[in-house]
Structure formats: structure tokens, C-alpha cells
Design a protein around this ligand. Structure first.
Ligand code: BGC
Length: 742
């Protein structure tokens, strides 16, 4: 997109304006919009103005006056018209309780969104969303900032754990299902961060640069699919600029694409502290300024209160735009049922056991078995001596930091504050109280299971040598606001793994990481389980997987590179500039600021596995990869063409254990420059008993193998009969065919 393309679109977007011909109008949504407009028509100017901001209760001076729940956001309601206050909580992994502001208020923690991505299971994604949404509602929230859809373009991004993965179809389908689940509780969900908010380093000042068509075919496609499936009441824009304009004042992205082309009828809120203008933002389509106190602190002004009122009075922003902003907020709320199903007066009890079971099911289905030499896993039930080493496995499992941090039931056995950096005030390295060690001991009461914390390599190796098997836990803490500077495991963990593996060939590595890490010890360990951040019942899930009570069936939603520099950007953009600033601040210089810097997405639409294919690089583990304790066969490929083509195949479990297979359909298509890559066009997750065979129909999304024609404003197939393959991963195909013209 060159910068001339990105002017602000002045007119308020008509939700139906640029809808594709023949698209069914959403009648229920039209009714909601009409009801919303009726409400707006009865409001005074000040009443309308009240809806286009939210306060940040954690620091708001009006917190007492409005009896705000200490959480992410609050917008007063309008009782005379039956409109409730907007009570806003984070996030995608459960009801957050930032800084434990609601002392003692715990919630059920889902595993990292990458774990949900790894399930390739829309049903589980929906269940997870439904569970966290029910807790939000029970705790008095009717807006949940849940729905991280950003593509994980860089393996080191600090927030990858909040996102589903690197592929638009996977991210869109699973993210959309999770959003639908949240909203099944008659509360609003929020897809975020619209769009291309792909690194944390300098997230408030960087300019993400990408070709407009490439954006349409990648990150925007993920949001498009998620919005179609999830019908979120709200969309949150990101912090950074995209091709020269801040996300929250980007007329092309908000007005033209989101509200125009996609006919999005709900509201667009800013991220917290991400607004930089009044007219430009309002006219570009931003409907609500979030957490105004943070804009005041970070950006020196509040933009949608007096300044907006002045702009309205002077005619610089038409009142119709204000009406539209409020109507959109109410449309979203009405559509999800937030007005018809008001929240209870007091917090409601939670079905803790049932909710934890949902989190555990996601952890078990989303854990990826990356290696299993000699069938070392599952561990035999009569195993006598097990060494459990490192990763604080005696007390719990790690979680990711930042606004998505859930304080889970059982408390936080470890909580470490950061000392410096942008994230220090709100990010703490936190463990959930679900100990893999205790879970193993409970399941194997006859075994001698000893723990070594790994701080002394030699002691750990001695314990490993004296055991039948060594299970070593390796952790990498990731958090909002900070990117990993290397993909190597932090601290001395690589050396610890080498020492333990040298002492016992039956070494099993369990990873709790926020994304890919490097594995220099790969060939020397027997098995590797990627458990991500496994959530409320992570310890129990890991124990069941190690013992074969559950069969690992996750597939990687993100490529694991073989080296630090294999992905498109070896390091976050702007790192040098930020380091120079930090050094200047440390040297006592005051008020040092750095200029915005670009982050160039040279891989364009070919994010993730497509980049590796295009660049001819072999990753450590490809997208879609994952082993199982059983094996599956694919046969009988048939392809039914049409608007929604279907791929049919027989999937057979040829092993001795039940398990789930994830057949993935890839179609080979050229990008706008003619570079061909395989692209994920459909997938299914199939649970099969030993020996069971099932014919599976997989629906393809033709957009995934089309190219976006910007001039015509539509998707176009570039190949008439593109090659098609069914695979176990993006690089391992079992069946091949041709997709006939529809
Ligand atoms: C994050 C959002 C979050 C918001 C409110 C921001 O720092 O980027 O994802 O929803 O804070 O807590």
C-alpha cells in the first residue's frame, strides 16, 4: 500500500455499502441496528457522548463514583433507556485480574491461544470461548476483550501465546469459533488487534509496512474469516501504524475494508492508550476511545470527550457520525443479547470443576508431540523410578504475562515482578497452581518420583542417571510489551537438558513456551512434548499425556525455525533504536524519545510456512506437524468442486490406541508476484478408535488459494486447476490431486 492510498475516508461508512453482490443481509443484525438507532434518537448530545469513551477503572478517578469493577474498562450506562453500563474485562485466555486488583478473585485459565490453535478443533475453540465468557458474565462483565486474531508472523513475538497461529484460515476459523463461544453468554467479544500488530518492541511507535494486497490476503483474511464466523460485537484496533497511519485512525482499514467491504455492523474501539487524534480517528471510523486515562498519560490528551464535542459543534465531525458511533456500540450489544439478558446484580458462583475440565481438554488436545524415539512415551504404568527436573514442575505451570494474565484458582505459587522495561508495571511472571510432579505422583502412587529443581546440573544428572526415565521441564516466559531477543531457552536450560540427556537416554523434554524455541539437544533426547502455557489444569494434562491416558494430538500452528535467523526477521525491528534510548535513560538523560521506525513485512502474504517454502528454508518442525501414540492412514481422495469445494478422504487409525488425526488440505497457488506456495485451504480433526476408519469431508475456503484483486475489489483464482494435497503437515503430503475448476 503506498502512502497515497491511505487517506482518511470522510463519510461515515454505510454498513451495506460495498457488500459483495448476492451477500445475504443479516436480518437479525438489521433489526439490532434499527433498535439501536431508535435508542440513539432518544438521547441528548451528552448522553451520546457518554458512550464513545471507556474509563480505565484501575486508574480512573471516577472509579468510586461509578462503582467500577477494577478491570480493563467501564462505560456508564443509560438506565432511562434500559442500556446497561459496559463492564469490560480482558482477555482471550480467561477473565484477567491485572495486578490482582480484585484481591482474591480467581478465574479459570485456558491454555495459551496457540494451544487452542494446535487443536485444529473449532468445537474445542468454541467450548473454551463459551467457558471463559460464562465466567466473565458471572463476574459481572458484559464486554470481554477476547479474540486475538493477529497472525504469528515472527517466532519471537511476545504476544504469540495470545494468538492462534500463523495461518489465516486456522486463525480465522478457530478465533471466530472462540468469539462465538464467548458471545453465547450474551456478552460482547472483541477481535483484536486490527491489524498487523505483529511485534511488541516499539509497538506504540512503529510503522508496519506491507503491500496492501498482501495484507488483504493474510492478516486481514484472518480477521475477515473470524468476523464472519464469530460475528463479534466489537473490534479493537492495534497500537502501531500500518503503512503510515495509526491503526485507530486508518480510514482504509476501518471505514473502507472493515465497515465497507465486509459490512461490519458492530463497533470499533481503540486499544488502551492508542488514540492520537480526534477528527482523523472519528472520521476514519473509530467508534470508541478506550481507557481514556491512558491516552491522557501516554498521548497527552483525551480525544473523544471535549475535543470531539468541539469538533461536532464546529461541524468538523458531523453529528451523524456520532450517532453512528453510538448506534454501532448498541448494535453490537443488542445483537449478542446484552440488553435482553442483563447481568445479575451480584457475582454468580462458578462451576469450577466443569470449567477446569474445559481448560484441561484444550491442553490435552493442543499439546504437540514433537519427537518420540523408540516409543519412550507413553511411560509404562509399572515404571519404578522417574526423575522430574526443572521448570518449577513441583509447584505449577507457567503462563504468559500482560493484560491477558488470569489469576487462576489455587493461587499463584510463583509470581515474579519485572524490574525494568515497558512491561514492568503490569507484567509478572506467573505460574498456575497445577503441578505436573504432583499429578504424576497421584497417578503413579507405586512409583518413586523425585524432583530436582535443575539449579545444579550435576545433581540433576545424577538423579536422571539413577532413574528409569527423566522428564525435564523447560520454560520460556513471554509477555505482552516485550519480544524474546533469542529463540534459545532462557538461562542455563539448554545445558541442563544436555547434561540430563547425557545421563539418561530416556530423557523426555516437556516445553512450556510462548512459541517456538531452538533445540540444540534435539537428537540427544528421546521425546519432546510442546505443552505451550497449558493453563488451569496444565499439570494434570501433562501427566495424562505422559502416561498415555490422553493421546497427544496437537499440530503446530506455528513453524519452529531451526535457527534464530531463519524466519523473515531475525530480530524485532527498532531494537537498536530502543536500546539506544534505554541506554540514554539509564545514563540519566531525561525525556529521551525515539522517532517512529518501520517494521517491514517483506514476506507479504507469504507468512509462516509459506515464507519457509518461498525462501527454500527447512525449519526444525513445520506448520501442521505433530506425532501421536497411534498412526493414521489417508486414502480414497475425492474432490467435489463448486463454490465451496469439498475434499473427501478415508482416515484410518491403524494403531492400537485411540487418537485424533488432523488431515490438512493444501492447495498450491501463486501470489501476486507469481511465487507459488502451498496454502492451507481446509482441515478437520477426527477422533478414531483403534482400527476405526471414517470418510471425512473437508470444506475448502477458496479465498485461501485466490488472490485479491484490488481494482475489482474481489477474490480471483489465478490457477484454473491448481494442485491439491492432503498432508500431515505443510511439508508432508499423503495424497495428491488437482482441484478441478468450479
Ligand atoms: C492490550 C489489549 C488489552 C488492553 C486492555 C492493551 O495493553 O494491547 O490487548 O485488551 O490493554 O487491557
Amino acid at each position: 500500500m503506498d502512502s497515497e492510498d491511505i487517506g482518511v475516508t470522510v463519510a461515515a461508512a454505510d454498513p451495506q455499502a460495498r457488500r459483495p453482490a448476492g451477500d445475504d443481509r443479516d436480518e437479525e443484525m438489521d433489526d439490532a441496528r434499527r433498535a439501536a438507532e431508535r435508542l440513539v434518537s432518544q438521547m441528548t448530545l451528552d448522553e451520546k457522548m457518554g458512550f464513545v469513551i471507556s474509563y480505565f477503572p484501575l486508574i480512573s478517578r471516577r472509579a468510586k463514583e461509578y462503582e467500577m469493577i477494577p478491570s480493563s474498562g467501564f462505560t456508564p450506562g443509560l438506565p432511562r433507556l434500559g442500556i446497561p453500563a459496559l463492564t469490560i474485562t480482558d482477555a482471550s485466555l480467561g477473565v484477567a485480574n491485572t495486578l490482582n486488583a480484585r484481591v482474591g478473585d480467581t478465574a479459570t485459565a485456558l491454555p495459551a491461544a496457540l494451544a487452542t490453535g494446535a487443536t485444529f478443533d473449532v468445537g474445542l475453540a468454541r467450548s473454551g470461548g463459551a467457558m471463559i465468557g460464562s465466567e466473565a458474565r458471572a463476574k459481572g462483565f458484559n464486554v470481554m476483550l477476547a479474540g486475538g486474531i493477529n497472525l504469528t508472523r515472527d517466532p519471537w513475538c511476545g504476544r504469540n501465546f495470545e494468538y492462534v497461529g500463523e495461518d489465516p484460515l486456522l486463525s480465522g476459523r478457530l478465533g471466530g469459533a472462540a468469539v462465538a463461544g464467548v458471545q453465547s453468554n450474551h456478552i460482547a467479544a472483541t477481535v483484536k488487534h486490527f491489524v498487523l500488530n505483529a511485534q511488541e518492541t516499539g509497538r506504540m511507535i512503529l510503522d508496519a509496512r506491507i503491500d496492501a494486497t498482501d495484507l488483504r490476503e493474510s492478516d486481514l483474511l484472518a480477521f475477515e474469516i473470524a468476523i464472519e464466523i464469530g460475528k463479534p460485537a466489537s473490534v479493537m484496533t492495534g497500537y502501531n501504524k500500518i503503512n503510515g497511519d495509526y491503526a485507530g485512525e486508518h480510514g482504509v482499514l476501518i471505514n473502507e475494508i472493515l465497515k465497507g467491504d465486509w459490512g461490519y455492523p458492530g463497533w470499533v474501539m481503540s486499544d488502551w492508550g492508542a488514540v492520537h487524534s480526534t477528527e482523523k480517528a472519528a472520521l476514519a471510523g473509530l467508534d470508541q476511545e478506550s481507557g481514556i486515562e491512558l491516552d491522557w498519560t501516554l498521548n497527552g490528551a483525551i480525544f473523544f470527550t471535549d475535543r470531539l464535542k468541539d469538533a461536532l459543534a464546529a461541524g468538523r465531525v458531523p453529528e451523524a457520525r456520532l450517532d453512528d458511533m453510538v448506534a454501532r456500540i448498541l448494535t453490537g450489544l443488542i445483537k449478542v443479547g446484552a440488553l435482553d439478558f442483563p447481568l445479575a446484580e451480584a457475582p454468580q458462583p462458578l462451576p469450577l470443576e466443569a470449567n477446569a475440565a474445559v481448560a484441561q481438554a484444550v491442553a490435552e488436545a493442543g499439546t504437540v508431540l514433537l519427537r518420540n524415539e523408540g516409543g519412550v512415551l507413553p511411560l509404562a504404568g509399572d515404571i519404578a523410578r522417574i526423575a522430574v527436573i526443572g521448570g518449577n514442575a513441583d509447584v505449577g505451570v507457567l503462563s504468559g504475562g500482560g493484560s491477558s494474565q488470569v489469576r487462576s484458582h489455587g493461587g499463584a505459587p510463583i509470581e515474579k515482578s519485572l524490574e525494568t522495561g515497558d512491561a514492568a508495571w503490569f507484567c509478572r511472571e506467573t505460574y498456575h497452581a497445577s503441578s505436573p510432579l504432583l499429578a504424576l505422583r497421584e497417578r503413579l502412587p507405586g512409583a518413586d518420583i523425585r524432583f530436582d529443581d535443575g539449579s545444579d546440573r550435576e545433581a540433576a544428572a545424577r538423579l536422571a542417571a539413577a532413574s528409569d526415565v527423566a522428564v525435564i521441564f523447560a520454560v520460556q516466559w513471554q509477555t505482552e510489551a516485550v519480544d524474546a531477543l533469542t529463540l534459545a531457552l532462557p538461562g542455563e536450560q539448554d545445558a541442563l537438558i544436555e547434561a540430563v540427556a547425557a545421563a539418561n537416554p530416556k530423557t523426555v523434554v516437556v516445553l512450556e513456551t510462548g512459541g517456538p524455541i531452538l533445540m540444540p539437544w534435539l537428537e540427544r533426547v528421546a521425546a519432546i512434548l510442546e505443552a505451550w502455557y497449558p493453563g488451569q489444569r496444565g499439570g494434570e494434562a501433562i501427566a495424562r499425556l505422559l502416561l498415555g491416558d490422553a493421546n497427544p494430538s496437537g499440530r503446530l500452528p506455528i513453524t519452529f525455525p531451526a535457527t534464530d535467523d531463519q524466519a523473515p526477521r531475525p530480530k524485532p525491528a527498532g531494537l537498536a533504536e530502543l536500546r539506544a534510548r534505554d541506554a540514554a535513560l539509564a545514563a540519566g538523560q531525561e525525556g529521551v524519545r525515539i522517532a517512529p521506525f518501520p517494521a517491514d513485512y517483506v514476506e507479504g502474504a507469504n507468512a509462516g510456512y509459506r515464507w519457509y517454502e518461498m525462501a527454500g528454508r527447512s525449519p526444525l518442525f513445520p506448520f501442521g506437524f505433530g506425532l501421536s501414540y497411534t498412526s493414521f492412514e489417508h486414502a480414497g481422495l475425492a474432490i467435489a468442486p463448486g463454490d465451496k469445494p469439498q475434499v473427501l478422504l478415508d482416515v484410518t487409525n491403524i494403531g492400537a490406541r485411540g487418537g485424533a488425526d488432523v488431515p490438512q488440505v493444501y492447495v498450491r497457488a501463486p501470489d501476486r508476484n507469481g511465487t507459488e506456495t502451498w496454502r492451507l485451504a481446509g482441515f478437520a480433526r477426527v477422533e478414531l478408535a483403534p482400527g476405526e476408519s471414517r470418510r471425512v469431508a473437508i470444506e475448502l475456503d477458496p479465498r485461501t488459494y485466490s488472490n485479491w484483486d484490488d481494482q475489482a475489489g474481489e477474490w480471483r483464482h489465478t490457477a484454473t486447476s491448481p494442485p491439491l494435497a492432503v498432508g500431515r503437515s505443510a511439508t508432508d503430503f499423503t495424497l495428491r490431486g488437482i482441484l478441478p475448476p468450479g
